[in-house]
Design a protein around this ligand. Sequence first.
Ligand code: TYD
Ligand code: MG
Length: 459
Amino acid sequence: MAKTKTVFFCQNCGTSYPKWQGQCQSCKSWNTIVEEVVEKPTSNEVWKATKSLDNTSTHKTPLLLSDIKIGTKQYRLDTKSSEFNRVLGGGLVPGSMILLGGEPGIGKSTLLLQICLNLPFKSLYVSGEESIEQIKMRAVRMPKSSSDLCYLYSGNKTHDIFKQITKIKPEILIIDSIQTLSTDSIDAAPGSVSQIRECTNELLYFAKKTHTPVLLIGHITKDGHLAGPKVLEHLVDTVLQFEGDRNFVYRILRSQKNRFGSTSELGIYQMQSNGLEEVHNPSELFLSKKDEAHSGTTVATIMEGMRAILIEIQALVSSAVYGTPQRSTTGYSTKRLNMLLAVLEKRAGFKLGAKDVFLNITGGMDTEDPATDLAVIAAILSSNEDEPIDDSFCFAAEVGLTGEIRPISKIEQRINEAQKLGFTKMFISKYSKFNEQNYHIELIKISKIEELINALFEV
Ligand code: TYD
Ligand code: MG
């Protein structure tokens, strides 16, 4: 039996060391070095298997940019899922490798299985976590529960997977998850730094050689980073993050890195009993439909990536029961709330110092967009005065320390969204610059907090 050899790997950058040390010399991070058993590959059959696959276009000499032809082959593959295409920057690029990360139970497997079922071309879904019967049970819950083009395979050896690939010749490969894979060429445990790196390299080689897109599901660690070496993120072309609060139905698919598109696009989904449903009009998800007007509720326009979303803000101002008034927020920064309360006190003369103030963004959304400031102030004033604000009004402006109402970015997109959803009045900064002729919604331009108070409560 071959002598076992152990090597110490940095989990952050993947550098190897012959013995343990506290700090990685290469990336300077502390306590990231772990011991792993490794055996040098003898005969690497897996590589031979991948090399026997379709062998096209590798250029030995440099070519002029203008001489390079992308080819007649369609450059982006349509996944038939508009949200997924949008996040990828218009579809799957052949030969690209995509890593999808997210907390356990957030819906990663569900998302990719659902995409496979809708694909108009042959796909292979490899699961190292579930049996094919379990995957089938999941598929049965989905709106399109079967497909003649979706192959399922349960296994975790790259060698076996490549064998199946040569037989089936899928046009897209899904791996659920990269942490469960292992290759025979090294002897480390699945999920270890060297295994993850080696398996990813083999899959990357396959993707680039055969122009097949490969989607990897990746686990994340308890502090929210993708598990495995940081090099994994460098190796792949696209890193997607699937996130959301498990107590709420909506899920957001963000792109953290994308070699073939913008990272500011995001996809919004809703987790239902029959799988994930795409949300084309996110504002409807976050705005509650009410029959009566309540004080303390306003609507703000925020930007999530390139999309404008309207969200509801609720404030409750009440006399403090205890000596020190409470300031509590959900989905919003408490520091920012304190700042806005100080501005209201100093610039508009509202004595809120002895009152409890609670602020909540409904639907489990959270935001740091400064454009919510005006809506937050309006909600606080409305609750303080116990005067409801018309539910067809919305707000989009930042509030400065001097009490001035400041313009915000992408105002036109925000106005468009508000107009589309049937809002009648939108409060914006007097200094916002855009072409006003394009809109029929009534725009109320203000420059100071006093003007907001006059416009809302007509005192
Ligand atoms: P899953 O895709 O297994 O998550 P991940 O792969 O990210 O760990 O999703 C699991 C959760 O999704 C599970 O808690 C139940 C829920 N779910 C639904 O609500 N509806 C469905 O149709 C499916 C398939 C799952
Ligand atoms: Mg899963």
